[in-house]
Design a protein. Structure first.
Lengths: 435, 249
């Protein structure tokens, strides 16, 4: 049996009816109902358009014009050698091929007692209704999230019991191997009180195909938990990539987010952090590097809901060719969230006249005893610096690369995981855009 | 080594150098002195290959070849070095990385094998010691947050590492206290040899008390108006530029 390709919005409904009975958790009333409601809302609303304030600079018209399959063909291509090269040394590795867990390629390794790390599909099938609040939140966050909810079939699942600390990074490797496929990964992390872990979510492509990734990750930090989530986006240059990362932080928890975007024809990552317990802190770092006609978009929203929370945000972008980037970062301080401390900055380096960036930092402050700052810059390479390097025998192209890399390294140097820092520098050097 | 004939240079249409002549042979140290606005820094930057200067007449021959036809990096590889009056800060690039990249760019050009990190560190440590520089300066970003004296010493460190045939030093004494001046002067003197030419561009005589030139030239309004031996520097110090320039006119 074959699912009909989904092209325009209505086709997604047909595709949903086609695969509905195959999705994990189909026998669970609450999940099946939530999926049906989600696809209904998606069909009614459609993909966001430029008229939506949050999508003012990012058009999904090209995405909407393509017809995608929703059921992976499972080509069975041998990816072992590729996966070995992508895997971060010493990590707990989970591999997902076209959105489905691939146990034969994974090596989760040994974990502290009580830590559950694996595929989300069995959790969906078991249908623990306590997960409903995370998996099918109401009200829904967006039409794109609804699309994920309707079709989500698998992804990574991590549950850390209180006090559990996982030292080595946990590597979720998402490999796209099939052209013309829409994949909707769903990841869930429940970090118990005082637990700690570092996650690297990496999206790569086996070939330069056109496909559509629509990923959602929910991260829940209990009191005093410490979690890092590094998202490395290296999709195919013809791929569409949409991702939502939703973070809920209890008192005294600490969260670090790294968003590193290099691939994709059109890619957007939205990160929403709710600081909902006193004294919670978060750091959001980001680096986007684009050339050609790539379009890379990052939207972040940090909610200071309780007193004495701290947020730090630094995003940097490097754009060459006719690439376009969007940064929109909102810090909202709720009434009563006194002694909030928030800093946000976005810096962009344009290497060509045709490259373009829309930077929109925003503060929405509804408390009086707060320290908040934000700033954004857009600039070019410094001609004096280029000349100085040239007078020391360094060729102009090499001088420009060296300075561009230095600009981006400020973000990579902040990564506390050595194997990831090295990997990011390699990926950066392979992606340094030409003017 | 360096022959400049009737060099005329404009910046944004405004003539700065108005027919400058200069001849420098290997082994010589020349001082070019002049008041602010006389064209000293323009001369240094034109010779190093900076954009934004229009050469409207004249020529510059370096070892017999047309220097002005070469890109800035080619001049450096052929042995021309400019010590900057205001060394450029490069946040994000470790000084040691920059110095190694520069040394290896020249070595590649000369057909020598590139130095690896260990060999380079051994080389740079010896030179650091001679410049009384702290090793921590290697691991800080290039010139960023350096004091004025540290920046100037970092320039002379590069001079010592790159061993150019022609060294142009633009106001290398400005902003230095007497101890730092002595270190910089000793660094320059250590590089004097029969194969190398050094051109000091300076406003004041005080560097010349420590690096004694073979020839002194007075630059005024875009031309060299007087040339002489080291005694000319002392005369400038006594009488001032106006009197000396007038005497030469």
């Amino acid at each position: 049996m074959t699912a009909r390709p989904a092209g325009n919005v209505a086709d997604y409904l047909t595709a949903f009816e086609d695969v509905r009975h195959e999705l994990p958790g189909r026998r669970l009333g609450w999940l099946d109902t939530a999926r049906a409601a989600a696809i209904g809302r998606f069909v009614q609303q459609g993909f966001p358009t430029l008229r939506d304030e949050d999508w003012k600079y990012t058009s999904l018209a090209a995405l909407e014009a393509v017809r995608f399959d929703v059921r992976p063909a499972r080509s069975g291509a041998d990816l072992a050698a590729r996966v070995a090269a992508w895997a971060l040394p010493g990590s707990h590795l989970l591999v997902f091929v076209d959105g489905r867990y691939a146990p034969e390629l994974s090596r989760p390794g040994r974990l502290p007692a009580g830590v559950e790390l694996g595929s989300l599909a069995p959790q969906l099938a078991a249908g623990d209704e306590t997960l409903a609040a995370q998996l099918a939140p109401y009200p829904p966050s967006s039409a794109v999230a609804d699309l994920n909810l309707a079709f989500m079939a698998d992804g990574a699942y991590l549950r850390l019991p209180p006090g559990a600390r996982v030292k080595a990074p946990i590597h979720w490797l998402f490999v796209a191997s099939e052209a013309r496929l829409a994949v909707q990964p769903r990841n869930l992390v429940l970090a118990g009180a005082g637990s700690a872990a570092v996650i690297v979510e990496q999206h790569v492509a086996a070939a330069d195909d056109s496909y559509f990734t629509n990923a959602v990750s929910d991260l829940v930090l209990d009191a005093g938990a410490s979690l890092e989530h590094h998202k490395l986006q290296q999709e195919s240059p013809h791929a569409f990539h949409l991702a939502g990362v939703n973070v809920a932080q209890a008192a005294g928890s600490r969260f670090v987010s790294g968003a590193y975007a290099f691939g994709g024809r059109l890619a957007r990552t939205g990160i929403a952090v709710a600081l909902q317990g006193e004294g919670a802190s978060c750091t959001l770092d980001g680096l986007y590097v684009a050339g050609g006609r790539q379009h890379l978009d990052h939207h972040t929203r940090i909610e200071h809901r309780q007193p004495r929370c701290t947020s730090r945000e630094l995003y940097k972008g490097v754009l060459g060719g006719a690439a376009r980037a969007v940064f929109s970062g909102c810090v909202a301080v709720h009434p009563g969230a006194q002694e909030s401390d928030a800093r946000q900055a976005n810096h962009n380096l344009l290497l060509s006249d045709a490259a373009e960036v829309d930077s929109k930092p925003q503060l929405d402050i509804r408390a009086d005893d707060v320290q908040c700052s934000h700033g954004a810059t857009v600039g070019q390479l410094d001609a004096d610096q280029v000349f100085y390097l040239r007078t020391r025998g360094i060729a102009e192209a090499a001088a420009r690369s060296l300075l561009t890399r230095a600009f981006a390294l400020e973000i990579i140097d902040r990564v506390g995981v050595d194997v990831l820092q090295e990997r990011l520098d390699q990926v950066l050097q392979a992606h340094l855009p030409r003017p | 080594m360096l022959e400049i004939h009737n060099l005329q240079v404009s910046v944004e249409g405004k003539p700065i150098l108005k027919g400058l002549d200069l001849s420098v042979q290997a082994g010589e140290v020349h001082a070019i002195m002049g008041p602010n606005g006389s064209g000293k820094s323009t001369l240094a930057h034109v010779l190093a290959g900076r954009d934004g200067y229009q050469v409207t007449a004249g020529e510059v021959r370096y070892r017999g070849a047309d220097l002005l036809a070469l890109a800035a990096e080619e001049r450096a590889r052929e042995g021309v070095f400019l010590a900057f009056q205001y060394p450029v800060e490069i946040p994000g690039v470790a000084n040691v990385y920059f110095l190694k990249a520069a040394v290896n760019a020249l070595r590649r050009h000369r057909g020598q094998p590139e130095l690896d990190a260990i060999d380079f560190l051994a080389l740079v440590r010896a030179k650091l010691k001679a410049m009384a520089m702290d090793e921590s300066l290697l691991y800080r970003p290039v010139n960023a947050g350096f004091s004025g004296g540290e920046k100037k010493r970092n320039e002379i460190l590069q001079l010592a590492l790159l061993e150019p045939a022609l060294a142009l030093l633009d106001e290398s004494d400005s902003g230095l206290d007497i101890d730092a001046l002595k270190v910089v002067a000793a660094g320059i003197n250590a590089l004097r040899n029969p194969e190398r030419a050094i051109v000091l561009v300076t406003h004041y005589q005080r560097l010349l008390d420590h690096v004694v030139p073979d020839y002194v030239h007075v630059l005024a309004d875009g031309r060299i108006v007087r040339s002489g031996g080291r005694e000319l520097a002392a005369e400038l110090e006594r009488s001032g530029y106006a009197a000396v320039a007038e005497a030469g006119a």
